[in-house]
Design a protein around this ligand. Structure first.
Ligand SMILES: Cc1ncc(COP(=O)(O)O)c(C=O)c1O
Length: 346
């Protein structure tokens, strides 16, 4: 692993008397932008070095650390698109609310790509949907990959269909994939990694990246518009740590084993275990929580368990044992079929 520039700087700082923000005056790791701690908006020191390392790891011309979640990364990507003359973007109908809000705020037209529902779960856009959106005037395409249920968007196909049309990817749930062919950064011009969700970073830690220098220049203006002017150093240090965190193939294999044992959906992403419970979902959630096991969400049919390289094998074994002992209902009776309304995922 490369050196951890930001954490190292925080470790080495001398004790000092704080006549600076934050108001708790305890200095420690939660400092502000001081003479030695660099600046997020104009990084020339430890933050700049950490961002350059991240760009190398993620295969980007430039990467920008975010302490305000993938939300500010989505806003910044749309800003970059607008900056380079894009006025309409094709977006899947189940896109995150930040996509709708970015379009509204920046005056970008969104061209919806219909997503079908199967047993309550939105399917990723297919070839026909992407083709139709692109041929109906969209000047750029945004996809979400992977989605919250662990399905990948057809990124390779999308890249082919886009040709020179810009492709942006909301990878809020995919930062752990940068070791693989399925990673957004292999295909996209712009992409955001929600490192706090699937890598060991503090909540709100994220990275937004650009593939080329031209996109990097536009994205730099975007992040300067949407990022905070008071970044959290603990979050910044954790983003650097997370991007440099090694792959854990043992837990990836254990996760796939667990999925088979518990009858989870056969999805694409090892880090998302989605278990069908139908009408028993609430009871199953209560039973698990009584044993101190908390899922990421319960959508009324499925419980979703979110893993990361830091998940322990013994925790997966416990999960598997508990899940096998819980009653299941049929999914499908109440689960919606049909099409996802535009921006349904609030
Ligand atoms: C697909 C998707 N994109 C973007 C976001 C926003 O991420 P954050 O909460 O880090 O701002 C989320 C949040 O859950 C999401 O699910």
């Amino acid at each position: 692993m490369r050196g951890l520039h930001i954490a190292e700087m925080l470790r080495r700082q001398g004790r000092h008397i704080s006549f600076h923000t934050p108001g708790h005056k305890r200095a420690g790791a939660d400092i502000t932008e001081l003479s030695y701690s660099d600046s997020l908006l104009s990084p020339h020191g430890v933050i700049g070095a950490a961002e350059r390392d991240a760009a190398k790891i993620l295969g980007a011309a430039a990467s920008f650390f975010l302490t305000d979640g993938s939300t500010s990364g989505v806003f910044s990507m749309f800003y970059a698109l607008k900056e380079r003359g894009i006025t309409s973007v094709a977006v899947p109908s189940a896109s995150h609310r930040s996509v709708r809000l970015a379009c509204e705020l920046l005056g970008i037209k969104s061209v919806p790509i219909p997503q079908k529902l199967r047993a309550g779960i939105p399917l990723q856009p297919d070839e026909e949907g992407i083709r139709t959106a692109l041929s109906s005037g969209a000047e750029a395409l945004l996809l979400t990959s992977p989605d919250y249920y662990g399905y990948f968007a057809p990124l390779s196909l999308a890249r082919e269909l886009c040709g020179n049309i810009p492709l942006a990817v909301d990878g809020a749930h995919g930062s752990h994939l940068h070791f693989t062919e399925t990673y957004a950064g292999r295909y996209a011009d712009l992409w955001v990694d929600g490192v706090h969700k699937s890598l060991p970073a503090l909540t709100q830690g994220a990275v937004v990246s650009a593939k080329s220098e031209a996109w990097a220049a536009a994205l730099r203006k975007g992040v300067r518009t949407f990022r905070t002017t008071s970044p959290s150093y603990p979050i910044l240090a954790s983003v650097e740590y997370a991007v440099k965190y090694p792959r854990n193939e043992r837990i990836e294999r254990a996760a796939e084993r667990c999925k088979r044992e518990v009858g989870a959906l056969a999805n694409d992403d090892w880090s998302k275990i989605v278990v069908p419970f139908g009408r028993e979902a609430d009871a199953a959630q209560r039973a698990l929580e009584e044993r101190g096991v908390y899922p990421e969400f319960n959508d009324g049919n499925y419980l979703m368990f979110y893993l990361s390289p830091c998940t322990k094998e013994r925790e997966l074994k416990l999960l598997s044992r508990l899940l096998k002992g819980l009653p299941r209902g049929e999914v499908g009776e109440d689960a919606a079929e049909g099409a996802v309304p535009l921006y349904s995922e609030e």
